[in-house]
Ligand binder design. Structure first.
Ligand code: F6R
Length: 250
């Protein structure tokens, strides 16, 4: 795992965007696995800026998102489809038909999960998978548990995730209790993984992901087995990793 430490959120966002832009430049028809949440917002802003400035095109890019809340319509302002439209897709030249987010309203959620897995497999998996990290170490919505779940599946969100995401809803009661998430199999099948993290409240999750035992109690820890992971984080998020003497770049 290569670890890049940046001073703050802004520098972290720029660095992460540079990694994504490099992937697109290297392979204009790449498959990008994308994440939502507050951490990648700054990186998406940089990518949109560089597109506007003519430095980058998403014309041939295909994207697959990690997850979606079960029960939220694509035009619900807290759905992950809505998030992607407003933070990235509406601002770049990616073709709508080349963007995929699990359907939170699918009448047959298990069938939707199987369809999603088959689609990602048909693309040959992501060239670059972007991940945020939950405070409990979740990746996608793969919550801490007794085993790593390989396939796209419907998951019950943990109370800590519901509490963490309540900031986006009118109240914690409004946060959906379930989500459809890409499984660990698709994430680990990506050729390269880019993890982004910012802030002191991620320090434990980052430490457990980088230095902890590889256990389903910290889903991010499985990334230690992936051959090509780049972690871009700010000083606060890396504080426990650097205190442990792990070498970082930047
Ligand atoms: C989002 C996702 C989640 C988030 C994680 C961190 O698509 O899959 O794993 O990346 O919950 O969220 P933020 O960035 O809001 O702290």
């Amino acid at each position: 795992m290569r670890i890049y430490m940046e001073k703050d959120y802004e520098a972290m966002s720029r660095r992460a965007a540079q990694v994504i832009a490099a992937e697109i430049t290297h392979n204009p028809a790449c498959v990008l696995g994308l994440a939502t949440g507050s951490t990648p917002v700054g990186a998406y802003r940089y990518l949109a800026d560089w597109y506007r400035q003519g430095q980058l095109s998403f014309k041939e890019v295909r994207s697959v998102n990690l997850d979606e809340y079960k029960g939220l319509a694509p035009d619900h302002d807290q759905s992950y489809r809505y998030f992607m439209q407003h933070n990235l897709f509406n601002h770049v030249d990616i073709l709508p038909e080349n963007t995929q987010v699990p359907d939170g309203l699918a009448p047959d959620p298990a069938g939707e999960c199987a369809r999603y897995d088959a689609y990602i497999r048909s693309l040959g998996y992501a060239h670059l998978q972007l991940l945020g990290l939950g405070r409990n170490g979740h990746i996608g919505f793969n919550e801490p548990g007794d085993s790593f779940v390989k396939e796209t599946h419907v998951v019950d969100l943990t109370q800590s995730t519901i509490d963490a995401n309540a900031r986006f809803f009118a109240s914690a009661d409004d946060v959906p209790r379930q989500a459809l998430t890409m499984g660990i199999g698709c994430i680990m099948a990506a050729r390269r993984v880019l993890v982004v993290a910012s802030g002191a409240d991620k320090a434990d999750a980052v430490y457990n992901t980088v230095c902890g035992p590889i256990v389903p109690g910290c889903p991010g820890s499985i990334l230690q087995l992936h051959p090509d992971v780049v972690l871009v984080a700010d000083e606060a998020a890396l504080s426990k990793v650097t205190a442990a003497g792990v070498p970082v770049c930047g």
